[in-house]
Ligand binder design. Structure first.
Ligand SMILES: [Zn+2]
Length: 306
């Protein structure tokens, strides 16, 4: 089961991860919704299709129900499909313990050993850590500098999902099709995704396009990769529309062109992050990356250019 799950998640990473452009297969058809894309990817395993459908169904129901509270996902018990919850499995290969490390002992109670604090950024914005999660001007942060606890597993945030559909509808009226290639990824999903890219490209290169577990913007639940994971997406009608209008719906292009030294990641014209309309407009109009705008860093603690 573990091996199957790892293979599934890694397969997802190859198809829909957030990685370098040259490795990503082009989306074959400009579908008008998520289902179109899912249908087009006929090489996805049946298990993957089931998981995707289940997640989308439950989220859609929650959203259309209109009664969800923002806090709901966080107050629910943490559920992970970790080894101990699986039915008895046949003996594991000897390499299994190394590729599937036990979850770190991070809990809501100890915050991973990090104390809460309140401070200000170099540009005077409020920065605070609450229950192991860092907020800058109220925006949940996940970057090379700021981590999320392994136990933080919110799924897609309803307000981000609603904003996405609002944006998708507006785009459609302009003759533009937007669809989600990749959305939420848990700490454990990211652990497998990142290990896969390190295995292929080495750590130094992988760090330019794939986040280490606990550092991924996708773990916030506010992030989507749309349409195509190729930098040439920026030159398409869809990519231009997204860059011009996403702020109107509360999204920013999280890793802008030419800002790698600030954000820590290569240009990703497909990767949008929901931060609310007001802040998204301010940051977009400034022409700055989120890191520059707020005066914060995105560097791993072991980075040589720190
Ligand atoms: Zn992404």
């Amino acid at each position: 089961m573990l091996t199957g799950m790892a293979a599934f998640i890694f397969a997802c990473a190859i198809i829909s991860g957030c990685q370098s452009a040259e490795d990503e297969p082009s989306v074959p058809v400009m579908g008008t919704n998520i289902e179109d894309v899912t249908d087009a990817k006929t090489d996805i395993t049946t298990e993957a299709a089931k998981v995707t459908q289940t997640e989308e169904t439950s989220i859609t129901e929650t959203v259309t129900d209109g009664t969800i509270a923002e806090e709901a996902p966080e107050t629910q018990p943490e559920i992970h499909t970790q080894p101990e919850t699986e039915p008895p499995a046949p003996p594991e290969p000897e390499t299994e313990p190394e590729t599937q490390p036990a979850p770190p002992p991070v809990t809501e109670a100890n915050n991973g050993g990090l104390p809460d604090y309140v401070s200000t950024t170099s540009k005077g914005y409020k920065i605070e850590r609450i229950d192991g999660i860092t907020y800058v001007d109220g925006i949940m942060m996940a970057s090379k500098t700021y981590t999320l606890p392994a136990s933080y597993d919110p799924g897609i945030k309803p307000d981000a999902y609603n904003a996405y559909f609002e944006m998708k509808d507006a785009a459609a009226k302009d003759g533009i099709s937007l669809w989600i290639v990749s959305g939420y990824r848990s700490y454990y999903d990211q652990e497998i995704v990142y290990a896969g890219w390190v295995n292929r490209d080495g750590k130094e290169k992988a760090d330019t396009y794939s986040s280490r577990p606990g550092h991924s913007d996708h773990q916030t639940g506010y992030t989507f990769d749309l349409n195509s994971l190729e930098q040439s997406f920026a030159d398409t009608a869809e990519g231009k529309w997204l860059a011009a209008h996403c702020a109107e719906y509360g999204f920013i292009i999280r890793y802008p062109n030419g800002k790698e030294m600030y954000t820590g990641y290569i240009y990703e014209p497909w990767h949008v992050r929901y931060i609310g309309v007001e802040k998204a407009k301010k940051i977009t109009e400034s022409g700055l990356s989120l890191e520059e705008y707020y005066g914060i860093t995105s560097d791993y603690a072991d980075s040589e250019d720190n």
